[in-house]
Design a protein. Structure first.
Length: 581
């Protein structure tokens, strides 16, 4: 009633405002004229809150059977009261929003003033304090103080992982790539500087202070914290809209386009950096294990003029007017040195121009390859089982790499030996015997001679759920250099090592030994033998039974770290359509 009274007390005007709920235009395009009446009385009242009150007229339809046209009358008191009530709610909401806006503006002004005042605060290191000892955050041998004794005064460098500003102190979780450390800035000038008010995730700084034990009932990494007495910002990071948390998200798929474009920022995250640290541990485990097994490391060329895995996947380029390629594999070069070096290995980049976007394919990948002399096929299988098991054991035996495995793949169990052996022909039968059968890429049952597709192979591996040595593939679907099985000339002495969750991580075989047989293989595959003279010569000058394999480091890492795609196992993945950043 009071609001109705207030509306009635406003100055009157001679204007008339028309409302027609039946045929009126939508309120936004109406102007309140008889030709363009408003649709609602509520909206009409809103348009004249701060203007002299017009006369409101609503359309009244003629009585049924009447020949008279519609008329315009002032709204009924109940209709006006209802509309005024809605207007009152609207006004209160507007007032509340304005009050909140005013409060926000006051807070903004206060913050601006605080920032201006903070620029006057200059921190200086107290010269009476003992010199600070520089440490990395994983150094746990520093003496910790408590309420009864002093701790070592240290200097640490790092970036802000998290920051929590509280009334009595500001807490910073610092990271440096080696560990994390809780740093406590007591309330006072340390928390009032311009830099402190703008602390943001990834800000780089150096902090000095005393290392102390965390008080009872409180928690912090390694049960310690740095009580800061001085710090300096070395590189500020943006906050608000430009903050790193608005560019990359822990919840986002690390292989989507936005995350791949921001890979340089994604790598700062805990999981992504843990994968890279585990990758280093795995690669070093290969180096150490090969050394233990008396293999020599070699570094073959990446610029070549021969193919290994088929011409369709070669990256071709002009090499001083000659046609050349990025290597698909170092295998052929490894074969050339086993005669003088014995068993050898290489860990190098390989390149495959496969137009494939599966989760296990890359255009550039790290290839762990080895070649062994004077062996038989069973020796090759036993070696593969041994080295894979040793690598896993070595990674899990190291506390740091074991911690990364636990973080990334807490349910990981090292494979039990012996690994399952399954011939290609038996795998074809197994796929067709499932209910329903696992079909090939054409949607038909698998037949001998099919190149088992990735999806079918991975499904079989996941169902069996253990490492599989898939052996004896048909000659037609394998590389030209693979040795035929003397007991079945339809197939090769070849092996793929399949792991649950990933599929193939290793491909290997015995190599052809005979000169004439190799020449015939070149012809059959449409390959000119002249560029391979140096490889063919191996069959002239003391040929021997030998074999080897190639292991995809990223696939191995995806298996042990339970990554959905090998792209997560690369620093900067390269695949079809992706060559940045």
């Amino acid at each position: 009633m009071a609001d109705t009274q207030k509306l009635a007390e406003r100055p009157k005007s001679d204007a008339k405002v028309y409302i027609d709920a039946a045929v009126g235009k939508d309120d936004e395009s109406a102007d309140g004229s008889e030709a363009k009446p408003f649709q609602s009385l509520y909206h009409a009242l809103l348009q004249h809150l701060d203007k002299p009150a017009p006369t409101y007229l609503t359309r009244v339809a003629p009585k049924e059977g009447s020949a008279d046209g519609p008329t315009w009358e002032e709204p009924a008191k109940t209709a006006m009261k209802k509309a005024v009530g809605r207007v009152d709610i609207y006004k209160k909401k507007q007032a509340k929003e304005q009050q909140a806006a005013n409060k926000d503006e006051e807070e903004r002004q206060r913050r601006v003033q605080n920032l201006e005042d903070s620029k006057k605060i200059v921190l200086t290191e107290d010269p009476s304090l003992p010199p600070a000892v520089r440490i990395k955050l994983n150094n746990k041998s520093i003496e910790l103080g408590d309420q009864t004794k002093k701790g070592t005064r240290v200097k640490v460098y790092g970036r802000i992982l998290n920051v929590r500003a509280q009334k009595n102190a500001t807490f910073i979780d610092l990271k440096d790539g080696y560990g994390t450390l809780q740093c406590v800035l007591p309330a006072g000038n340390l928390t009032k500087t311009y830099d402190a008010l703008l602390f943001a995730q990834e800000t780089a700084l150096v902090l000095h202070g005393e290392m102390k034990q965390v008080p009872p009932a409180q928690k912090a990494p390694d049960n310690r914290e740095l009580h800061v007495d001085y710090y300096k910002v070395l590189g500020a990071a943006p906050s608000d809209l430009d903050a790193i948390s608005n560019k990359v998200s822990r919840q986002s798929d690390p292989w989507n386009v936005e995350m791949l474009d921001n890979r340089h920022l994604v790598l700062r995250g805990e999981n992504a950096s843990a994968v890279m640290k585990l990758r280093e541990a795995v690669e070093l485990a290969f180096v150490d294990t090969y050394r233990d097994m008396d293999f020599h490391k070699v570094s073959p060329p990446a610029m070549v003029q021969t193919q290994v895995e088929g011409g369709s996947t070669l990256f071709k380029y002009d090499y001083y007017g000659e046609e050349a390629y990025l290597t698909q594999s170092s295998q052929l070069y490894l074969e050339t040195v086993i005669q003088s070096l014995g068993n050898v290995y290489a860990i190098e980049k390989s390149f495959r121009a496969e137009k494939s976007l599966t989760r296990r394919h890359l255009s550039e990948f790290t290839h762990v390859e080895a070649e062994m002399d004077f062996i038989e096929f069973e020796d090759l299988l036993e070696h593969l089982e041994e080295i894979i098991s040793r690598i896993v054991d070595r990674v899990l035996a190291d506390p740091r790499s074991a911690e990364y495995v636990k973080l990334l793949n807490p349910g990981f169990q090292k494979p039990t030996r012996p690994f399952m052996r399954m011939k290609y022909a038996d795998a074809i039968d197994w796929l067709n015997q499932q209910e329903p059968p696992i079909l090939n890429e054409e949607g038909n049952p698998h037949a001998f001679g099919d190149d088992i597709a990735e999806a079918a192979e991975r499904r079989m591996t996941d169902i069996i759920n253990r490492p599989i040595f898939l052996t004896h593939f048909p000659v037609e679907i394998k590389a030209f250099y693979m040795k035929k099985d003397p007991n079945d000339l339809r197939v090769t002495e070849s092996v793929d090592v399949l792991m649950p969750g990933v599929g193939e991580i290793v491909g290997g075989s015995m190599r052809m030994e005979g000169y004439e047989e190799l020449i015939e293989a070149y012809k059959k595959n449409g390959i000119g033998h002249e560029p391979y003279y140096w490889y063919t010569d191996l069959r002239k000058f003391g040929t021997s039974p030998h074999g080897g394999y190639g292991l995809g480091l990223e696939r191995f890492l995806a298996w042990i770290a339970n990554r959905h795609t090998v792209r997560e196992a690369c620093l900067y993945p390269r695949f079809m359509g992706r060559c940045k950043p």
